[in-house]
Design a protein around this ligand. Structure first.
Ligand code: GAP
Length: 513
């Protein structure tokens, strides 16, 4: 199946099974804003718990905070967001549609990559085992031509972006590459303009006295402005970290790929404060720690890669993304940045307050350097859905759709199913739930055939189902079915907790790190 179709299926699966709904759907939705349903919220909470515990429980020197979404507007001046948190936009005069100029060019680069990949795939099919990809890439005339055009475009684009960006040059690239508007099909483009991504609103009752405030575009600044409060009240010694999970807002112009790029989303960020000069060592360490966290979910190492940034923000001295293989290619899920002392120094300058750290070991004061790990909850959610969605052909010719979610993240851990709706089986099933519900999320289901009920649980990723049958009333045993293998075993009710709890707990997942 084409990857595009797989992605469409995942999106509709998310809606059909109560994971993600378009926001305000009965009013025809609101662009790039989504709601999480009954299963989505459980999965999302489990992701957050896995992250939070891996930071705060497993590291003595990391603590959490929960800062407000509204913050003093000068914070965004100091951080650079008021002046520089912009996207270069271009309009097509015929369709009246607005695009990000950089995205149009990046899509064009991707088109060259696709052309090359097609040539390689065609040749691989033709030559079979004898195919030497490296040789083909370096000798085939068509591949070389596409590669040369791609590299030239990439070079020109990088230069334009590094020069400010150079808005005129971005427009010229779009014209020279003959990029057309996907709606009107024309090249009738306006000039390129900068557009700030922050949402603003007014705080205060009267128009005159109201203050313009922003909805935070990242949670990180709430950590920076509280760093000294936490350091002093928690008696934290460098190196130490502050973690936070919370909503962030960006007026994204090109919002696409479902919950990949949203206007309201959630971040899990951790700022790790270190002694100047040690930051690159810590950067390396956090890069490895974070990749381990992702890989522990078991989707396979080939689903992840680092993308080290060549072009660094002016305040960073190293940056990398952890990318996940989505149906639409490798995409950034998390960023790890060595942000130097830029943010703290800026807040010191703009607030006029001394926020230096006094190091009792060396008797010196300094502004700490910061390593940031920043991951989007929603993007993580999407990567998990993409990694888990499976369509399997069964021996009887039927197809089952199963979400092979990591058990610790699954919304429901155990479904308890009475074989029939009579003879005391429902009551026995309820008894089991009443015992186990204190340990993990259980669901009761008595409607339809047992096969249909298994399918429903497969579709929401429930790792275990137990069936209560007539024998249960005599032997106090149930049939335990494993979601992935579909194998069934007979187990005593008294051992269910012991058998399942370990396999589905976040604690067990954390222990693999
Ligand atoms: N404090 C650093 C920061 O915010 P970022 O690369 O802009 O860095 C970090 O964002 C992470 O937040 C991304 O890797 C992504 O997972 C998530 N993210 C950013 N913008 C997003 C959006 N519009 N929708 C969903 N997730 C987003």
């Amino acid at each position: 199946m084409a990857q595009e179709d797989v992605f469409k299926k995942i999106v509709s699966h998310c809606k059909e099974y109560g994971f993600v709904f378009p926001s305000s759907e009965i009013y025809d939705g609101l662009g790039a804003v989504y709601d999480y349903g009954q299963n989505g919220v459980e999965l999302k909470n489990n992701i957050k718990q896995y992250w939070w515990q891996s930071m705060v429980l497993l590291h003595e020197n990391i603590v959490g905070i929960d800062s407000a979404i509204f913050m003093h507007p000068t914070i965004w001046k100091a951080s650079g967001h008021v002046d520089a948190f912009n996207d270069p936009l271009i309009d097509n005069r015929d369709s009246k549609k607005r695009y990000r100029a950089d995205v149009l060019i990046e899509d064009q680069i991707a088109k060259y990559d696709e052309k090359i990949a097609k040539e390689v795939a065609k040749a691989a099919k033709k030559y079979g085992d004898a195919f030497n990809e490296e040789e083909f890439r370096t000798t085939n005339a068509r591949v070389l031509e596409h590669q040369q055009k791609r590299d030239a475009l990439h070079e020109r684009y990088t230069q334009a972006m590094n020069a400010g960006p150079d808005l005129q040059e971005l427009r010229q690239i779009i014209l020279d590459e003959e990029i057309v508007c996907p709606i009107s099909g024309t090249r009738n483009w306006t000039e390129v303009r900068q557009f700030n991504l922050m949402f603003s609103t007014e705080m205060g009752s009267t128009a005159d006295g109201a203050m313009k405030v922003y909805l935070r575009p990242e949670t990180a600044q709430g950590i920076f402005v509280n760093y000294l409060n936490v350091q002093k009240t928690g008696r934290m010694k460098i190196p130490f970290g502050i973690a936070q999970i919370g909503k962030a807002f960006r007026n994204e112009i090109v919002a696409r790929q479902f919950i990949f790029r949203m206007r309201e989303f959630e971040q899990m960020e951790m700022q790790f404060f270190v002694k100047p000069g040690t930051e690159l060592e810590w950067f390396k360490q956090w890069k490895e720690t974070r990749l381990r966290w992702h890989k522990a979910l078991g989707f396979g190492d080939d689903h992840y890669r680092y993308h080290d940034h060549e072009k660094l923000a002016h305040y960073a001295n190293a940056a990398t993304d952890i990318e996940f293989l989505m149906p639409f290619g490798f995409k950034e899920v998390e960023g790890i940045h060595s942000r130097t002392n830029f943010d703290l120094s800026q807040h010191e300058k703009f607030s006029g307050k001394n926020i230096k750290y006094f190091d009792p070991e060396t008797n010196e004061s300094y502004t700490p350097y910061v390593i940031e790990t920043s991951i989007g909850v929603d993007r993580m959610f999407l990567s998990i859905m993409c990694g888990s969605y499976c369509e399997e052909k069964l021996e009887n010719g039927e197809t089952r759709v199963v979400l092979k979610l990591p058990a610790a993240l699954a919304p429901v851990k155990l479904a308890v199913l009475p074989l029939v709706k009579k003879d005391g089986l429902p009551e026995k099933a309820r008894e089991i739930i009443d015992e186990l519900k204190f340990h993990f999320n259980c669901q009761y289901d008595e409607k339809d055939s047992i096969g249909k009920r298994y399918r429903r649980q497969d579709a929401i990723g429930t790792p275990y189902c137990v069936t209560v049958d007539h024998d249960t009333l005599n032997d106090n045993c149930v049939t335990l079915r494993n979601r992935d293998t579909m194998q069934q075993e007979r187990v005593p009710i008294s051992e269910l907790d012991h058998i399942i709890a370990d396999r589905v707990s976040i604690t067990s997942l954390l222990k693999t790190l």
